[in-house]
Design a protein around this ligand. Structure first.
Ligand code: IVH
Length: 676
């Protein structure tokens, strides 16, 4: 880039980042995604690094957040509240570890690792044991005094029950809103016609920074600590209690002993590989955590090392935030179609200009139902932000109204089923519109697809196209018909080769002995998902017992309430459904029934694997464990029954040993699953 172009680019990036800082930190109303912001900041930092002669004083790259908003009294921080450097790749993480090893001249570094909570930073000052001041981060040097509001958060103690606290202590942490509190708040806002929040972080920030603390008190905010600032030079250093503290992890344990809430996913790991495997573990369970996180934070554990490493500009050298790939991206809706599900529910789907979200190409996003489209005022032609989280179907988060083209089209939900033309009606109290056509081909197709899917009967090779083809040619009309297909019949289909026909018949044959829970799930009973199917199988042991169960019996099964019980009873009272079940039995479908009293050897046992198994891939081992009634999970918990050691095990081994969990080798594992 030419010199002048570089200067202009830096100036424009700085102005843009300043603007977005204000939207995010002061107004709690960001316009761009965190990923877009991070990209701008990374570009600026890189340009400034390549052009060290351009003055960086006042650049947002050297600042933290945004100056405080008026409305709250400003407070100057005793210790500045800094930011963290970001990493977006394994390579970034390895060079961080390498830099640290070189600077400290150490072979291997121990790190304290924690989730990066997505909320807002808070400083809690305790004087003589009493919470005396709570402040937001602001620009890192001065924040807002939000003491009155913070006092309404139940998990933050007003008083520390400790004898050493005769001097000021500053606890740092994150104020967050748990996912369920966020959902509930948005539901209440919706009912009141108030503003809904885009995500839990905005909701937490908006709830904390209320001039009326009574409003904050109504919001369910939570707090997790991630650090304690030891008084500069002083009493605490000499105090008996803290003399022995040499590590960040020990500070955290001490906070915990003072009843300060901490995030439970903390760990201690060694070296870059330890950091990366922790990242993978947390990334895998990210969506099952009750709070939102946007990455993990690595901190050199020994305080002595932290001190030696020190700080560069706005961030410590001893810590790093490793961010998850973006889950949001901006794109455009070019059409809205309506899909009919197996229960007849009509779901509007946005067709999108392809966009990559976290490395996956997205072309469709669900719009849920007509109310969602009206509430978010989504139109064909709109620029939108889409969100894709884990395995969840991508959804449209919001519209960029400023970019709405003048010819954007309002969408109207059809009142007839697009597949069969029957009425599509909305029952009172329901958001969904349903096709009432009994013979709706779309419902039948979806029902059969569900029946054959991996988590149900698992008929390999029976894809969407083939199901549609079989239905169109009249070879099947319900799921049981699949078991009466013959090679001759299959070969009448267009483009069906002899080999594919045989493969399909083998797959169908193989699916004849499902576990009871999979068969129950496959039937597609309303409200009976995989979890309910499993409890039904666990408690009632056989298909006939489930079919005959009365309300009282069903209500005695954990997690089953009147609505689910009613749905199961209705399903098995419907003659058409009984006919399908009989047809399945007639075709030789025999679920592996769970026999009472003969509990499977692995029931209630949970396994975690580390390293490579030599005899079978992990997913096969997982299948065997599950077929014997056990569970496999990806991370260790207090209740893990066995850690199975494969070749070159990872950090889980140390973790399991220090937690006193049972560790077994591969041979012992094969013994346990009866394949020794
Ligand atoms: S340590 C010197 N640990 O991330 C900075 N920060 O980008 C010390 N955050 O302002 C911060 N989870 O609000 C730390 N486990 C964690 C964190 C965490 C979230 C936030 C915090 C900080 C921002 C830095």
């Amino acid at each position: 880039m030419e010199r002048q172009a570089v200067i202009d680019r830096i100036a424009s990036l700085r102005a843009l980042i300043d603007y977005h800082n204000r939207r995010y930190h002061q107004l709690d109303d960001p316009e761009i995604t965190d990923a877009e912001y991070d990209r701008m900041m990374a570009d600026l930092i890189e340009l400034e690094r390549q052009n060290p002669d351009i003055d960086t004083a006042g650049s947002p790259s050297r600042q933290v957040g945004s100056a405080p908003l008026s409305g709250f009294a400003p407070v100057k921080h005793i210790n500045p509240m800094l930011s963290l450097n970001n990493a977006f790749s394994g390579e970034n993480v390895r060079s961080f570890d390498q830099r640290i090893r070189e600077k400290l001249q150490e072979e291997e570094i121990e790190y304290a690792v924690e989730p990066k909570l997505d909320g807002l930073a808070i400083s809690l000052l305790y004087v003589r044991g009493a919470l005396s001041r709570a402040a937001t981060r602001g620009d890192g040097y001065a924040g807002e005094d939000v003491t009155a509001n913070v006092r309404t958060i139940h998990s933050i103690p007003h008083r520390l029950d400790i004898s050493v606290a005769d001097f000021p202590l500053e606890i740092r942490g994150e104020i967050i809103m748990l996912k369920d509190a966020f959902e509930e708040l948005n539901r209440i806002q919706r009912e009141k016609g108030g503003k809904e929040f885009a995500n839990p972080r905005n909701a937490a920030a908006g709830s904390l920074r209320q001039l009326d603390a009574a409003v904050t008190a109504e919001r369910r905010l939570s707090f997790f600590a991630y650090g304690l600032i030891l008084p500069l030079d002083g009493d605490l250093k000499n105090s008996e209690m803290t003399n022995s503290i040499r590590r960040h992890s020990e500070i955290m344990d001490m906070l915990s002993s003072w009843s300060i809430p901490l995030c439970s996913e903390r760990a201690i790991v060694k070296g870059a590989e330890g950091l990366l495997s922790y990242f993978a573990v947390i990334e895998a369970k990210r969506h099952s955590l009750p709070y939102e996180i946007d990455g993990v934070v690595y901190k050199v554990n020994l305080l002595e090392f932290q001190k030696r490493l020190g700080f560069i500009s706005r961030a410590p050298r001893f810590a790093l935030a490793h961010k998850f790939p973006a889950e949001e991206a901006a794109t455009e809706i070019y059409a809205i179609d309506v899909q009919v599900g197996r229960t007849g529910v009509l779901t509007p789907v946005a067709r999108l200009k392809p966009v990559s979200v976290g490395g996956v190409r997205i072309t469709n996003a669900t719009l849920h139902n007509e109310d969602e489209i009206i509430n978010k005022d989504i139109r064909v032609g709109d620029r939108v932000i889409v969100h894709r989280a884990g395995d969840v179907i991508p959804e449209v988060v919001r519209v960029d109204y400023d970019k709405r083209p003048p010819d954007a089209q309002t969408f109207i939900m059809p009142e007839k089923c697009p597949a069969c033309g029957s009425d599509a009606v909305r029952l009172p109290g329901e958001a969904a519109r349903r096709c009432i056509g009994l013979a709706c081909p779309a419902q039948i197709r979806e029902h059969i697809k569900h029946f054959a899917s991996r988590s149900a009967m698992d008929i390999e090779g029976l894809g969407d196209r083939l199901v549609a083809q079989l239905l169109e040619c009249g070879l099947i009309s319900d799921p049981a018909d699949l078991y009466y297909l013959s090679k001759e019949k299959l070969l009448t289909l267009d483009r069906m080769a002899d080999k594919s026909a045989s493969n399909l018949l083998v797959a169908i044959e193989r699916s004849k002995t499902p576990s009871l829970e999979k068969l129950i799930f496959a039937l597609g009973i309303r409200h009976v998902g995989e979890r309910i199917a499993k409890v039904l199988a666990d408690k009632l042991f056989s298909l006939s017992a489930i079919m005959e169960a009365g309300e009282e019996e069903l209500l005695a099964v954990p997690d089953i309430g009147p609505e689910v019980a009613g749905s199961i009873i209705r399903f098995f009272h419907e003659p058409a459904n009984i006919r399908v079940v009989e047809k399945l039995k007639g075709a030789g479908i025999r679920p592996q029934e769970v026999s009472e009293g003969h509990e499977s050897p692995l029931r209630g046992k949970s396994f975690v694997f580390t390293g490579t198994l030599s005899r079978m891939p992990r997913n096969e081992a997982k299948k065997i464990v599950e077929s014997l009634g056990g569970l496999v999970s990806s991370s260790l918990t207090k209740t893990t029954s066995y850690l199975v050691l494969g070749e070159s095990p990872g950090s889980k081994f140390d973790k399991a040993q220090s937690a006193g969990l049972a560790v077994i080798d591969e041979d012992a594992f094969y013994e346990l699953i009866g394949r020794g």
